[in-house]
Design a binder for this molecule. Structure first.
Ligand SMILES: Cc1ncc(COP(=O)(O)O)c(C=O)c1O
Length: 376
């Protein structure tokens, strides 16, 4: 029986081994191990990939989100206790960033069909204490639409986009500052380059994208112990959240292949959608505007999720669940679990992620689709 691995990072990175080794050697031989050319170049590359004016490399995606929120606190645009809307169906880091910064996460529902928060799904959770929203581009799909833009403008909200899973995605609706690209849709956005992401480092790495020069300057200082880039003074009680230059060099290599990687994922997602026809299984939406999702995960839904997972496993197919618990059900978020979130609960019970990374061919995706169609 053929075995279908969910994800093998050795296979993902194999086409790039030679270039990655060369890039790492360049940094090793340079004698410069903090900041430097590779980091500067990465920041230019990622800003340009997002049609945004500024990017700051960070230690990881969680720190990128935290730096944005803390930056806005230093700029007095957010203060302790302000409410930030976060979809309840996300990775824990989205909510952790908000709670770590002394802000209050208010969990909102996603749209059931799209599996991301939309203006309409978010609106009931907006109050007169809401100061910011954190749309999460979950599974690689941009969470931005006209309704959301209108709510943001009506309530004068900051938009901090968690684009950790969506590098390269393009929104059909223009962002607040004219860019259509994930990460650059709101005032500031965060990326993660955790190794499993569409563009993954060989360790931890992240980035902030912003249109706000004052925020960028504050974040640069905060990420470097609070030291002002212009003087020798420590203006803020900062941290050490800098991007490692070896990771920057590796990411400079991998960013060159972003479009190819995302196109391959789209081909596998299309093969799944064309093959899976089962009355109990709901496939994710491929919209007419195909680039609105870069298929970080390919997620189907089934009310008999555990039975279907067992069927897949019995037939050699590895699968995963993103995520088995909505954020308000995590014990560390109990104090923010103030209202029912039935759509998020339902998704947590139904979702199954199928193999989508390189290592899974288009034919594999069709074969897995046929295995699903035989589920009784
Ligand atoms: C939606 C989301 N937000 C934030 C993060 C945090 O990124 P990191 O793991 O780089 O800290 C991740 C990924 O891990 C993520 O998937």
């Amino acid at each position: 029986m053929k075995h279908y691995t969910f994800l093998d990072l050795g296979i993902v990175n194999e086409p790039y081994f030679a270039e990655l080794s060369e890039a790492a050697s360049r940094v090793i031989e340079s004698g410069r191990y903090i900041g430097g050319r590779e980091v500067d170049c990465f920041e230019e590359n990622i800003a340009s990939a997002c049609d945004a004016p500024m990017a700051i490399g960070t230690s990881n995606g969680l720190d990128a989100l935290r730096l944005i929120l803390l930056g806005y606190k230093e700029l007095r645009m957010l203060k302790d206790g302000d409410e930030v809307i976060v979809p309840a169906n996300s990775f824990i880091a989205s909510a952790l960033a908000v709670a770590h910064c002394g802000l209050k996460p208010v969990f909102a529902e996603p749209d059931y069909d799209l599996m991301v928060m939309t203006g309409r799904s978010m609106e009931p959770f907006v109050s007169d204490r809401t100061r910011a929203i954190m749309p999460v581009d979950l599974y690689g799909r941009v969470a931005w639409d006209d309704d959301m833009a209108k709510i943001v403008s009506r309530h004068n909200l900051l938009v901090i986009e968690d684009a950790a899973q969506a590098i390269g995605a393009r929104s059909p609706v223009k962002g607040l500052f004219g860019s259509h690209k994930a990460g650059a849709l709101g005032h500031a956005g965060a990326f993660s380059f955790y190794p499993t992401k569409n563009i993954g480092a060989l360790g931890d790495a992240g980035a902030v994208i912003t249109h706000d020069a004052r925020l960028a300057e504050t974040i640069r200082a905060l990420a470097n112990y609070g030291r002002s880039p212009k003087s020798d003074s420590y203006d803020y009680r900062g941290f050490n959240c800098r991007l490692d230059p070896i990771q920057a060099a590796l990411l400079n290599v991998k960013l060159k292949y972003l479009q190819r990687e995302n196109a391959d994922r789209f081909a596998r997602a299309t093969a799944y959608n064309n093959t899976i026809h089962h009355p109990m299984v709901k496939t994710p939406l491929i919209t007419a505007y195909v680039n609105d999702c870069v298929w970080h995960q390919y997620v189907i839904r089934c009310e008999r999720r555990d039975d279907l997972r067992k069927w897949l496993s019995d037939n050699g197919v590895e699968s995963a669940i993103h995520y088995s618990s909505p954020l308000h059900r995590s014990p560390c978020m109990a104090e923010y679990a103030t209202h029912p979130l039935p759509v998020s609960e339902r998704l947590a019970n139904e979702v199954i992620s199928l193999p989508i990374a390189s290592g899974t061919s288009v034919k594999d995706a069709s074969d897995i689709g046929r295995i699903i169609n035989e589920f009784k």
